[in-house]
Design a protein around this ligand. Sequence first.
Ligand code: ADP
Ligand code: UDP
Length: 258
Amino acid sequence: MTLLGSISSAWDDFLGCHLRRRKEKRSIEGEKPAAEIKGELPKLEDAPFDLKGRKIIFVLGGPGSGKGTNCTLLKDAFHLTHLSAGDLLRAEVASGSPLGSELNRMMAEGQLVPMDVTIHLLREAMARAPATSNGYLIDGFPRQVDQGKAFERLLHVVPAAVLFFDCSTEVMTQRLLKRGETSGRPDDNMASIKKRFKVFTEQTMPAVEYYRERGMVVSVHSEGKVEDVFARAKEMLMLRIPEWATLADKDHVEVNEA
Ligand SMILES: Nc1ncnc2c1ncn2[C@@H]1O[C@H](COP(=O)(O)OP(=O)(O)O)[C@@H](O)[C@H]1O
Ligand SMILES: O=c1ccn([C@@H]2O[C@H](COP(=O)(O)OP(=O)(O)O)[C@@H](O)[C@H]2O)c(=O)[nH]1
């Protein structure tokens, strides 16, 4: 078994312990014993998360569709907490932990990392939100139906909406190649981009469809100027969550309505 396979097994095992309350030990072939790898694993808590009245918005869309760009603008407009799952993972990589180096390898390949890592990082970051925060923009998560279900089940919360940025593959490719000139991200190159599109189509789009069937998707066409896309996203969110209209920066609202 490869190290990655071993780690995945350990992760599955670990999650299983929490979800099924079943303890199971597996020996790891390769560089590290299971116990040592498990020592690096996050502890997933299966307990209600106190939202303090805040709403959760999942923000989805293909790689380069504009999730991060719009979350940065929306967070300021509505005084929200923006949590990018990818940024949280990249911070773990930057920490230099052994877990981080495995994550880096998976991300450079465009693969999805085990969800207990992302859910753990998101939960911790959500708990650190300032008291002034009105809600959470969870950017780039869930990447699969099961990830979304696990998030809801483990935190005992239901998102208020799923903001979906709809963009053509051609435009996303151009943006990512341009971003790759300065981002320093190991996955902003043509080979990784192709793999990420495949994962998006095969694994993340079914999650978007799952939420669409639940009537939760707010779809925004994300081609065109940044300010236009942002105006559309903001308007759609205010329609979906009317109380946020009163939170929005009044100048912006007046400009958009003119
Ligand atoms: N409307 C837009 N027009 C042109 N470039 C954009 C637009 N929105 C985002 N970008 C650029 O495209 C790249 C990808 O956007 P980003 O927000 O990082 O997407 P994602 O978070 O979905 O991967 C970034 O370099 C960003 O500056
Ligand atoms: O919930 C998540 C979010 C991100 N990723 C990984 O992080 C990478 C970058 O994701 P991000 O959302 O930062 O960027 P995008 O691909 O949307 O531009 C993905 O390709 C995955 O390898 C993941 O596995 N699970």
